[in-house]
Design a protein around this ligand. Structure first.
Ligand code: BGC
Length: 260
């Protein structure tokens, strides 16, 4: 089965690197028009746009901080002017913050993670749904994490934001379903990107991480991107209000392969 998204107008946030860049490219390869949102790194964003075009899609870049309601509103205004609306939103922009136990954490840094990962996803979904609901179609896909459900010491803001984004997804799906709009989440496990470079580039840390993954390998951004294309396409027309885990079974708690 070939999955096509010809003519669909898609916005991917945080699309100038890592998982977001891979999703933008995969959407472009399926024929979508892709808006590449980014915050810093114009060159990287232009490079992704170039790859989307080379893959056969249309691309534009749009700089905005998803943690700012005003900048998000402006970004959607630009999309309206360029393409007259939006069919697919991929909420991908995210940060994990510096590792710190809550009692030692900096409240401003904690709030920043919530602003980008949760408020950012809400702000973009809000704008997208305001366009999709009257149009009677559209898909909002939020990239969460296995840390929607797995606690992670030192990352209480990140886990709270991801769990929140998961439940927000289910609620928005309930609101939007009667209007023909799907809302769902994709939860990656350990995917080899810059966000976890310090782990996979250190042999001891990598060994520890691989023990947490039954498939015994890190995921590649393309592993996530392929599933994102499926989920936003009509192939998944009956999938909404849920999270799809793309994690090599990290959430299968491999420690329980023994004992218990
Ligand atoms: C984090 C990665 C981590 C993975 C598995 C992701 O949400 O961004 O740094 O490797 O979860 O723990």
């Amino acid at each position: 089965m070939e999955i096509r998204l010809d003519g669909r107008r898609a916005l991917v946030t945080g699309a100038n690197s890592g998982i977001g860049a891979a999703i933008a490219e995969a959407l472009g390869a399926a024929g979508a028009r892709v808006a590449i949102n980014y915050l810093a790194g114009d060159e990287a964003a232009e490079a992704v746009a170039g790859r989307v075009r080379a893959a056969g899609g249309e691309a534009l870049t749009v700089k905005a901080d998803v943690g700012s309601l005003d900048e998000v509103e402006e970004m959607f205004g630009k999309l309206d002017r360029a393409w007259g609306g939006i069919d697919v939103l991929v909420n991908n922009a995210g940060i994990d913050g510096a590792r710190a136990e809550a009692w030692a954490s900096d409240p401003a840094a904690w709030r920043k993670v919530i602003d980008v990962d949760l408020i950012g996803a809400y702000a973009c979904a809000r704008q997208a749904l305001a366009r999709m609901v009257p149009a009677g179609h559209g898909v909002v896909l939020t990239v969460t994490s296995v840390h929607e459900v797995i606690a992670w010491s030192g990352y209480s803001a990140y886990t709270a934001a991801k769990a929140g984004a998961g439940m927000m997804t289910r609620t928005l799906a309930q609101e939007a379903a009667p209007h023909g709009v799907r809302v769902l989440a994709l939860a990656p496990g350990a995917i080899k990107t810059d966000i976890n470079r310090s782990v996979w580039s250190d042999p001891e840390a990598l060994r520890d991480l691989l023990e947490k993954i039954p498939l015994n390998r890190l995921g590649e951004p393309e592993d996530v991107a392929r599933m994102a294309v499926v989920l936003v396409s009509d192939v998944a027309s009956y999938v909404t209000g849920t999270t799809v885990f793309v994690d090599g079974a990290m959430t299968d708690y491999p420690d329980f392969a023994h004992g218990g």
